[in-house]
Design a protein around this ligand. Sequence first.
Ligand code: GSH
Length: 205
Amino acid sequence: MKLYYTPGACSLAPHIAAREAGLALELEKVDLAKKTTDTGADYLSVNPKGYVPALRLDNGEILTEAAAVLQYLADQAPHGRLAPPQGTFERYRFVEWLTFISSELHKGFGPLWKPDTPEATRKTAIARLNERFAFLNEHFRKNSFLMGETFTAADAYLFTVLNWANFHKLDLAPFENVRAFLQRVFARPSVQEALKAEGLLRETT
Ligand SMILES: N[C@@H](CCC(=O)N[C@@H](CS)C(=O)NCC(=O)O)C(=O)O
């Protein structure tokens, strides 16, 4: 399998999930501005939507959309711990989290990435994100991870998206349980390896 990624983008979530699952994953870096990859390929011929992540399966199929890619990888994990089994109520709970992250957080950050976003829109987006952080802070008062005490692929997605708060200088100080969650996930070997592989963390030998 090959993951098309951009360092620190939402593609970091499937990258972490694949490492957690112990799956062999080839990486190909995408320049989102130029829509090319580091092998010189035209990225739009891989994913005509032009965004990461995209996962090329061994049979040549391309799978896109972070929530779908995460579920696919979780279902490939031999130990099956990265997502509850298909058909169980817990699986719907897991999808509920993935959808919350995708639509409320991932896309909630959207206006902050655009330099031409008017200040009022930016403030509204930050206020809405803060409401979501407060909701998560309550959740993490009683739970180590989104699904309780077990790390799942949804946590990889949440970790990835919440890290953008640093980039945009959003203040997470009031959300101490969210910050503790970020530390817990950051400490995982899979996360350290993924961050190093994407050039976001220096190698220490
Ligand atoms: N709906 C897509 C959105 C993916 C997305 O927003 N990717 C961003 C990086 S986090 C991107 O590649 N943006 C560049 C672009 O849209 O041109 C998903 O959930 O995977």
